[in-house]
Design a binder for this molecule. Sequence first.
Ligand code: PLP
Length: 374
Amino acid sequence: MKFDSVCVHGARDKNNQTGSLAVPIYQSATYAHPAVGQSTGYDYARVQNPTREALEGLMAALEGGTEALAFSCGMAALDAIMGLFGPGDHIICTDDLYGGSVRLFSSLADRVGLSFGYIDTNSKPALEKALTPKTKAVFIETPSNPMMRVTDIAAVRETVGPGIKVIVDNTFLTPYFQRPLEFGADMVIHSGTKYLGGHNDTLAGFVVTNDPDDAERLRFITKTVGSGLTPFDSFLIIRGLKTLALRMERSQKNALAIASFLSGHPKVAKVLYPGLKGHPAQALAQATGHGAMISFEVDSPETATAVLEKVSLILYAESLGGVETLITYPLLQTHADVPELTREALGITDRLLRLSVGVEDEADLIADLGQALA
Ligand code: PLP
């Protein structure tokens, strides 16, 4: 089956005796045992749930992994991965990460004794310099958030060699456009809250891997702390994934049109969109598309504030990846917890705005941005 068909048909309820097209929401906290010492394979919902399992099977298939785990949100997925590392371990990260990931890493550095280095993961010399005997993983966001820089996953894999885990946050492109495991990543992580769910109505997170040992250790963590996705949310994400291919295509088409419009606007100083000619992503074959996230710099902080307050169809809200087009102020929202010096070095200024382009009519979106910029 091709990717688009897997999206529609790939979630299977193993217990289906009715012909139900939708995977049922198995809303049960526990399961009866047929006899002493026997189990149906389901004992307690923190550990196993059929709706969540159907979703996990679907996500593994979409990312080309053998195992997937569904979490209550993206941060829970990332926290579980961090549970694979211990005091003294060193992790190299893309310097331009989602602010919540930076916040989690700072707290783990303080509480657990993990250490994190932030570099341009697409620079081989920077990566070689950052490697230490204690380095256990490289954590990549590509394209990065919010500066849309790309990292060549296969090149990172080659530089670090075996024994160091390459972990990729694939939230922005989804497996529809980019499948990191095929380029040598060991683990893919998602905020399923974004494109995978696609409707801004629930939170979810995923880890997908080909390594049975890592999957088992992660399952132990979710079993222990209860960070697995609920049956109802699993149902919603399965439903959202059915239209992933359609939504990604339409959002990308809208994004390209908006990026071109912004590029020609006198109040816009810079547009960062991997789909625009000349962006370094164009030279990299690892993604089959460029997604629908655009960052752009306007001419003054006053213009930035005016745009945020004047958009009407577009909503000023944190998050991304849903059918609704959202605009975000990274400085005060997604990246508020990133240290000021880092923000300045990366270019996350009071003039930078980030758009998550949805599936509305392209002309309506451009008209809304036009009046907000006027
Ligand atoms: N990764 C990226 C790239 C994100 O943008 C986010 C949230 O915005 C997360 C991870 C965290 O996911 P969640 O909000 O589902 O916990």
